[in-house]
Design a protein around this ligand. Structure first.
Ligand SMILES: Nc1ncnc2c1ncn2[C@@H]1O[C@H](COP(=O)(O)OP(=O)(O)OP(=O)(O)O)[C@@H](O)[C@H]1O
Ligand SMILES: [Mg+2]
Length: 392
């Protein structure tokens, strides 16, 4: 991306700051003294990046920044802060800011910011503000993601949710956020009467009771919020709507497990922002590791914290076994759990009977258990909610 001073716009109320910024570009830099003025400059075209000065660091300025972002979501907004704190970063992200640069501003910093965004395909995928920050009161949201399709997310999500529902006094709901091709219900042999499409039509008065009536119950007691039944209905589900459903579920459930599609899109970014735990599933092959690396780097670039991401390896005993240390080095993250490969898994998917129920002693089931234990500590043994020897 080539960018010159004409594509930039500096906005601040402080004379000193504006004067110094102009100096950097020999006085050729367009400036605005208020967001309103910036907004009309943007309106007239040509502006690609807006540098918001320290006047706009406070929480009360975020609404104004957001209005600028909404006016043109493709605009790259950079906030210049006296001090880059976690709060400024978080508030900035919510308002649509792409990055926060520490004051004082200099040419190198502006150039670095432009560079970073020039090669970043995701530069325009700024997360839409979605309300409450993660990790507030209520249950835990556990999102299962992978950077490559078919890596076993749905198998992991269903088995982990079943294991978590064994923990005494814990209520668990599994949300199928693979909006187009969700198959949680298929894998659990459930026929939903309602799906999240119904919930999406009731958002204005959605509460715990109403949402509960739209869930589907598995014989084990696990509840499921089903994905749309047809890909075309996926359009009915907005990111904000789904986030609202999760907020409601969180109030009544201890664990909200979310299965996703393998896409690094606005939905997954919002889910990551909202989740307490993220299980990043990686298959034991090169393309999977490569994609996981790209996904993690993108998250880091977008200033998402990866501290609550746990790495889970699938098919860890496969023939093309990669070296664990190499994977950890490439992903800059420790492997937290591993699930071996077993033909039994494919059969369990076809029959709609998860292995943690049919073969709780198998190595695969133990693998799923090690994942559930990352979330909930020791998982009780499979007892006869559905027959001593598994569901028949
Ligand atoms: N540990 C395993 N051992 C053997 N087979 C496995 C294992 N994990 C997953 N599979 C097989 O891989 C296939 C894909 O798994 P799954 O549907 O869970 O992947 P996914 O990541 O949800 O895929 P998608 O991206 O399409 O949603 C399944 O049919 C299953 O049989
Ligand atoms: Mg799936």
């Amino acid at each position: 991306m080539s960018m010159d001073a004409n594509n930039l716009l500096v906005v601040d109320q402080d004379d000193d700051f504006v004067a110094k910024a102009k100096e950097l570009f020999d006085g050729r830099l367009p400036v605005a003294r208020s967001i309103e003025e910036a907004s009309s400059t943007v309106e007239s075209g040509g502006v690609r990046m807006v540098l918001l000065g320290p006047s706009y660091n406070g929480e009360d300025a975020m609404d104004q920044i957001r209005s600028l972002h909404n006016q043109d979501p493709g605009l790259i907004l950079m906030l210049i802060a006296e001090e880059v704190t976690a709060d400024v970063l978080r508030q900035g992200m919510r308002a649509g800011v792409s990055d926060v640069i520490e004051a004082p501003l200099d040419e190198a910093k502006i150039e670095a910011a432009i560079e970073q965004f020039a090669h970043d395909v995701l530069k325009r995928k700024v997360v839409t503000p979605t309300g409450e920050p993660a990790r507030d009161k209520g249950g835990r949201i556990i999102t299962i993601m992978s950077a490559k399709g078919g890596s076993g997310k749905t198998v992991l999500a269903t088995n982990t949710a079943l294991l978590l529902s064994r923990v005494a006094d814990k209520k668990v709901v599994l949300v199928d956020a693979d909006l187009q091709f969700g198959d949680v219900c298929l894998v659990l042999q459930l026929e939903p009467r309602f799906t999240m499409v119904n919930a999406s039509h009731e958002l204005h008065h959605l509460d715990g009771e109403l949402l509960d009536s739209l869930l589907t119950e598995h014989p084990s007691g696990l509840k499921v919020l089903a994905a749309p039944l047809e890909p075309a209905f996926a359009d009915d589900i907005t990111t904000a709507g789904l986030m609202q459903m999760l907020d409601v579920l969180k109030e009544n459930y201890d664990y909200v497990v979310v299965d996703t599609a393998s896409m690094l899109d606005e939905l997954i970014l919002s889910l990551i922002e909202k989740s307490d735990d993220i299980l990043m599933l990686v298959d034991m092959d090169m393309p999977s590791v490569k994609n996981a690396k790209l996904a993690l780097e993108t998250l880091r670039l977008l200033k998402f914290s990866t501290s609550n991401v746990r790495l889970v390896m699938n098919r860890s005993n496969s023939k093309a076994k990669l070296d664990n240390k190499e994977i950890e080095g490439a992903l800059k993250m420790q492997i937290a759990a591993a699930i071996p490969s077993d033909a039994m898994v494919a059969a369990s998917v076809n029959e709609g009977r998860p292995v943690v129920e049919t073969d709780p002693k198998s190595k695969v089931a133990k693998g799923f258990e090690s994942v559930a234990e990352l979330i909930a500590g020791k998982i009780p043994e499979h007892t006869a909610k559905s027959g001593l020897f598994g569901r028949k």
